[in-house]
Design a protein. Structure first.
Length: 361
């Protein structure tokens, strides 16, 4: 999932009293353009340090994004080009997701992937990639540094429990599996590591394979999200057709998506969540718990209820802009607040299964 206008950034620039504030003008109005040109010209003339006009404009954009958009980013032409190259199918990864909070990156390895096999643990903080520090870097910049050609090595510097260490991982082609069934005597556990265009088909096939199970756990711990609409479709498998799943509010208005395709009608459904349950996985959690279709256990979720869009600019750079707010079935957002569980569980080994078993009684 990815995260327009120009003159809105000018609120951070001082302007003389005889110039009318740009906020009172339409962004294409000549007065607004004059305001921007005049401000940049005066900064170049009087400010300490020799800055180019482009540097001033980029700084204004970056400052606005930092102040008003928690997931907004500016990608220079070089950074944007590197990200597009890294998305090429010939490039390989290490099998992990990145979560960003206040400029810091946290790692979520996928089950059985190279990162997990190399020793990366859920919640490790990423400090550097091949010696380049990542704090306050764009998410897309970090991702493009980690990906690369098959069988090449990337070295990650991580922080765990206050101790820094380096881990070398060989990049490999990734099979995009997101659903991992874990049968048990009392209930079927479905670990959903992330949401992709394949998640719906994987869930359908797994639920049909275990059709005799009446009790189900959806393990969304450390699921950082992914394909938003894959989560909407997944919710439809558990809800009566027509029930609201998600509302997205954009500058164009609000659109509500409703459930369809229900196939799971088991007796009990539970959701495991923690502090790294984010974005699309919070969509599924809120939809099922709001309609009383599931009970959530664990700790408060991450709290990301915004969507992003990449907008390419004429000079080859790009803006990552939050353009949609997410709301659950009853019109509530979980942005920054997270979703609180019905039953609190601390991250203690074995307690998740134990407390779920107690609820079944």
């Amino acid at each position: 999932m990815i995260r327009c206008g120009l003159i809105i950034f000018l609120c951070i620039v001082w302007f003389p009293t005889h110039v009318r504030p740009a906020g009172t003008e339409h962004w294409t109005n000549d007065q607004a353009m004059l305001f921007f040109f005049e401000a940049v010209t005066q900064i170049k003339k009087h400010a300490l340090g020799a800055l180019e006009s482009g540097e001033i404009a980029q700084g204004a954009v970056q400052a606005w994004l930092k102040a008003y958009d928690p997931y907004g980013e500016y990608l220079s032409p070089e950074e944007y080009r590197a990200w597009k190259v890294a998305r090429n199918h010939r490039f390989s990864g290490v099998g992990m997701e990145l979560l960003i909070r206040e400029g810091r990156f946290f790692l979520i390895p996928r089950p059985f992937g190279p990162a997990q096999k190399a020793g990366i643990a859920e919640g490790d903080e990423l400090l550097a990639v091949d010696g380049a520090a990542v704090k306050n870097r764009p998410l897309f910049w970090v991702g493009s540094r980690i990906r690369g050609r098959k069988d090449t090595r990337v070295t990650l510097k991580i922080l765990r429990s206050g101790r820094a260490s380096e881990v070398s991982i060989f990049r490999q082609p990734m099979k995009d599996q997101s659903v991992w069934p874990v049968p048990s005597e009392e209930f079927l556990i479905l670990r959903i590591s992330h949401f992709s265009p394949h998640t719906l088909a994987e869930l359908k096939a797994t639920l049909k394979s275990y059709a005799s199970a009446s009790r189900l756990v959806l393990d969304l711990r450390n699921n950082p999200g992914g394909d938003l609409f894959a989560a909407v479709d997944a919710a439809g498998l558990f809800l009566a057709p027509g029930l609201p799943v998600l509302t997205i509010e954009t500058p164009r208005g609000k659109v509500t998506y409703k459930a369809k395709g229900q196939i799971w009608k088991g007796e009990k459904t539970y959701i495991w969540q923690n502090g790294f349950t984010a974005s699309a996985s919070e969509v599924l959690t809120r939809a099922l718990t709001a309609h009383g279709r599931a009970v959530n256990l664990g700790t408060k979720s991450f709290g990301k209820a915004m969507t992003q869009k990449v907008v390419e600019l004429s000079d080859g750079s790009a803006l990552v802009i939050s353009r949609g707010r997410l709301y659950g079935p009853h019109g509530r957002s979980w942005q920054d607040e997270g979703i609180r569980p019905k039953v609190m569980i601390q991250n203690l080994s074995g307690s998740w299964t134990k407390q779920t078993r107690q609820l079944l009684k």
